[in-house]
Design a protein around this ligand. Structure first.
Ligand code: ATP
Length: 345
């Protein structure tokens, strides 16, 4: 189901946790809310669920205004980081729980609930574990049961709040892949909260980058990574360098020197130049470029990161191949960004 968040403002006391947030979530989409702690991700998720009421604004489920609807009426599936399963219930009973507590008129017969719960158990790859109790499962298995339980009610929307947050790195990675596969098979509209950029970029169809109660950018993983639209997004997603430069007559200059980098003719004055460590070429000839000295280098997976001192306290980090790193002269390194963006100071 499609979900439209329209001009939502949420205050706690006088404190605005969300300011004028609007977002269209497409039917069947897996969307990640990504941002630092306190940016408002969970608040937005709870508003969609109906666990909080907006101070201003509306939320639509399809064509229906859901703002006045209760959590039950919205028919949401939830998975939280620490949403404990019922300890005294078997895995199968946990999964079927949402159906057994339905009013009699909409409650499926017992045998049908069992059949559906078993089907979901297979879907989350826990076949054969129906008789176990939550304490007899690993953390990853518990979260898979929690997801099956959330899906059992055939929710309009699945809301996942850092569902893998408490698990170790390898399990997280496995579950990420698994969640994507399940999503592709079931097609539930899913909103996923995370502060882990790798998780968001790998999993989501679109990423909503949030900061200080506002949406900074919404886009596909490629769009937010390759074309960040603000210094915040540049700094928050992936690694980036930021240098204060001067723009004049269509040229970017750093510490008075031209760099062979063109800027829009109509821009003048100081600006912030952002570029990623890997978006550079090393320059050894006398064409205009940045020049500095190597301050340190470190191995990062298959590459080498070189920290370069550019004078007057300015530093940048460049990513090169180990072969390129071996040939570098520590006293003099030249480079030019191949992809960059200018922002106002
Ligand atoms: P985290 O990643 O740490 O969970 P978040 O991005 O999910 O953070 P929220 O939990 O949405 O952030 O909180 C946004 C802001 O609203 C924070 O400053 C938080 O302190 C505040 N806030 C959230 N819930 C309440 C509440 N019930 N009462 C008062 N302030 C709240």
């Amino acid at each position: 189901m499609e979900v439209k968040v329209q001009n939502i403002r949420k205050e706690f006391g006088r404190f605005p946790a969300l300011h004028d947030v609007s977002l269209d979530i497409r039917s069947g989409e897996l969307i990640a809310l990504l941002g630092p702690s306190g940016s408002g991700k969970t608040t937005l998720l709870r508003l969609i669920a109906g666990l909080e009421t907006p101070t201003e604004g509306r939320i639509f489920f399809g064509e229906t205004d859901a703002s006045e609807k209760t959590v039950q009426e919205r028919n949401i599936g939830f998975v939280f980081q620490h949403y404990a399963l019922f300890r005294h219930m078997t895995v199968l009973d946990n999964i079927g729980f949402g159906l057994t507590v339905r009013p009699r008129a909409t409650r499926p017969p017992k045998a049908e609930i069992r059949r559906r719960a078993k089907e979901l158990l297979d879907l989350v790859q826990l076949t054969g574990m129906e008789g176990r109790y939550p304490t007899q499962l690993s953390g990853g298995q518990r979260q898979r049961v929690a997801l099956a339980r959330a899906m059992a009610v055939e929710p309009n929307v699945l809301l996942l709040d850092e569902p893998f947050g408490a698990l170790d790195a390898q399990v997280r990675k496995d579950l990420r892949k698994w969640l994507r596969e399940i999503h592709d098979r079931t097609g539930h509209t899913t909103v996923f909260v995370t502060h882990d950029q790798e998780e968001a970029l790998e999993l989501a169809d679109r990423v909503v980058v949030m900061s200080q109660g506002k949406i900074e950018q919404v886009g596909t993983p490629d769009e937010v990574y390759d074309s960040p639209n603000s210094p915040f997004v540049f700094g928050f997603i992936g690694e980036s360098n930021c240098l204060r430069v001067d723009v004049d007559g269509g040229e970017i200059r750093f510490q008075g020197k031209t760099l062979g980098m063109a800027a829009a003719e109509d821009k003048h004055g100081e600006a912030l130049l952002y570029f990623r460590p890997q978006d550079i070429v090393l320059v050894e000839d006398d064409t205009p470029h940045f020049e500095g000295q190597i301050a340190s280098t470190r191995r990062v997976a298959g590459t080498r990161h070189v920290e370069v001192a550019l004078g007057s306290g300015a530093h940048v980090e460049l990513e090169v191949t180990p072969e390129q790193a071996a040939r570098l002269d520590p006293k003099k390194i030249g480079f030019r960004p191949t992809r960059w963006k200018l922002f106002p100071v």
